[in-house]
Design a protein around this ligand. Structure first.
Ligand SMILES: NC(=O)c1ccc[n+]([C@@H]2O[C@H](COP(=O)([O-])OP(=O)(O)OC[C@H]3O[C@@H](n4cnc5c(N)ncnc54)[C@H](OP(=O)(O)O)[C@@H]3O)[C@@H](O)[C@H]2O)c1
Length: 248
């Protein structure tokens, strides 16, 4: 019997991940603010022989997230997998302080609120996996969305530390850095290079989590491109980004 918790399960990648883990013998805890969407997903999950429990919660609320963790731990024990997926990109994609605060509250503090209350129990159990959904945008600032890029860069560094601290207790921690995925978040984007469906992204993520990969990143071309950009002097990278955004 395994227990999986997925935040941001009401749409996009979180929804696809929940279906990807829906199999007999698994209890899936679905978390997001839109309860109606979670109920619809829970129905789909039960058709696949899995048991779904829905939690209408806001990951920004630390106290409620701590109470939720206690409830899950009391009911099901230490989870086998937590996927901290809930995230926002900001309507304006702005670089202002208000946008930064809103995005960091969800994308960074929300992830901490999702994972940290479970860590002591998982360490005591000596098993369990944690997957943090970052982004290739966490490698360096891109052409816009400074707050979003910054939030994913923060997650990347934080995940390294959590992995370092937790894996000696028998846990596995993965940072997931996808490229573009077709979801509500990207619905107003201009055409996206190497875009994947949420189902395909979820499939790749599950393979990486099952392998215990420290980093799960795709698609390969974009991974190589962002890694290459980080090796260049910063203004060379700026020039390449300017060229690519003027040609698209
Ligand atoms: N789409 C891409 O191209 C892409 C690429 C790389 C990484 N990612 C990352 O993938 C993750 C999922 O994004 P997506 O593309 O699937 O977008 P999405 O369809 O907009 O899904 C975002 C999910 O996060 C939930 N959420 C947002 N704020 C929340 C809050 N305060 N409390 C609880 N849940 C909250 C939303 O649910 P409610 O609104 O119902 O609360 C929704 O289920 C994000 O972390 C995103 O940064 C996406």
């Amino acid at each position: 019997m395994s227990t999986v918790l997925i935040s941001g399960a009401s749409s996009g990648l979180g929804w696809a991940l929940a279906l990807c883990y829906a199999e007999p013998g698994t209890t899936i805890h679905l978390l997001a603010r839109r309860a109606d969407r979670l109920s619809a997903l829970s129905f789909e999950i039960s058709k696949r022989g899995s048991h779904a429990v829905i939690h209408k919660e806001d990951v920004r609320d630390r106290h409620r997230m701590e109470s939720l963790a206690k409830k899950i731990l009391d009911a099901d024990g230490s989870p086998s997998l937590i996927i901290a997926n809930a995230g926002v990109s900001g309507e304006s994609g702005g670089n202002d302080a208000q946008t930064m605060k809103e995005i960091l509250d969800t994308n960074v503090l929300g992830v901490l609120h999702t994972v940290l209350p479970f860590l002591p129990a998982m360490k005591t159990a000596g098993s369990g996996r944690i997957a943090i959904i970052g982004s290739l945008a966490g490698y360096r600032g891109l052409t816009k969305g400074g707050a979003y890029c910054a939030s994913k860069a923060a997650l990347s560094a934080w995940t390294d530390v959590i992995r370092y601290e937790s894996e000696s207790f028998g846990l596995t921690v993965s940072l997931v850095n996808p490229g573009f995925i077709k979801t509500e978040m990207t619905r107003h984007n201009p055409p996206m290079p190497f875009v994947l469906s949420a189902d395909e992204a979820a499939r790749r993520i599950r393979i990486g989590i099952d392998k215990g990969a420290a980093r799960i990143e795709f698609p390969l071309f974009l991974v190589l491109l962002v890694r290459f950009l980080t090796l260049l002097p910063p203004r060379w990278g700026d020039r390449i980004l300017r060229l690519s955004s003027s040609s698209s």
